[in-house]
Design a protein around this ligand. Sequence first.
Ligand SMILES: Nc1ncnc2c1ncn2[C@@H]1O[C@H](COP(=O)(O)OP(=O)(O)O)[C@@H](O)[C@H]1O
Ligand SMILES: [Mg+2]
Length: 261
Amino acid sequence: MNKGSCRAGEALIRFSKVDLSFSDRKILEAIDLEIMRGEIVCLVGPSGCGKTTALRIATGLLAPTGGGVAFDGAPILGPRRDVAIVFQDYGKALLPWRTAAGNVSLALEAVGTPRAERAARIDALLAKVGLPHHADKYPSQMSGGMQQRLQIARCLAQEPAALMMDEPFGALDAMTRQELQDEMLQIVRTTGATVLFVTHDLEEAIYVGDRVIGLLPHPGRIGIELKIDLPRPRDQIATREDPEFLRLRRELYEFIKSAER
Ligand SMILES: Nc1ncnc2c1ncn2[C@@H]1O[C@H](COP(=O)(O)OP(=O)(O)O)[C@@H](O)[C@H]1O
Ligand SMILES: [Mg+2]
């Protein structure tokens, strides 16, 4: 059973008629979207259709020009400690002059973890993202995949109820990307976090998601919603060969092709 259906009916994040304009240009129009607790919702759509803008609104970094977003039933008025953002550009998200442990420590300091508890928490977080032996390395000594793992560890230090991920694996090679998809799913399963996951990669969206939302451009609006009922845990070979995966992939590709026209 999908986690999303365990506590069905409880939206953690709710977009209600969200409009967003930059000066007089309408970027998003009438976005209505509920993300249930523990659900993984993926957002796909042509470049420039407003995916990042929608994610920034969901995190409170950007206020909509119409409608609103509620988190746990209350309006989002600004960034929240329990909502973590994973960016594609891990290079910019990490502090180059701090080691892996130092980068995680900073996140723990920010959420007020007492000094005495930090070392053990750092070890646990680095182990959770598969970096148990890299505490003393600097970001420049780590591969792209390792740096992205470290960014995720930093986000997990916040013990977030929601993880907002903006093309988090887009800069990684195909093998590393698949490894991180599986690790992310494993982490989300153990923490119960709710996820909004933006990606260009339609197969990635179907592979990780409980639901995939496709946006149409100019202005950005919801054009398709696919419920992904593939069994979990997902498997890089079996899931991608599942006839249902292939059916969903075809439907999503056809949607994107027509959206780009
Ligand atoms: N701060 C901003 N000011 C003006 N226009 C912006 C700003 N941020 C994004 N845009 C425009 O909004 C549109 C959607 O951008 P974005 O949400 O980044 O798209 P996506 O992530 O889907 O590629 C683009 O046309 C972009 O140029
Ligand atoms: Mg974007």
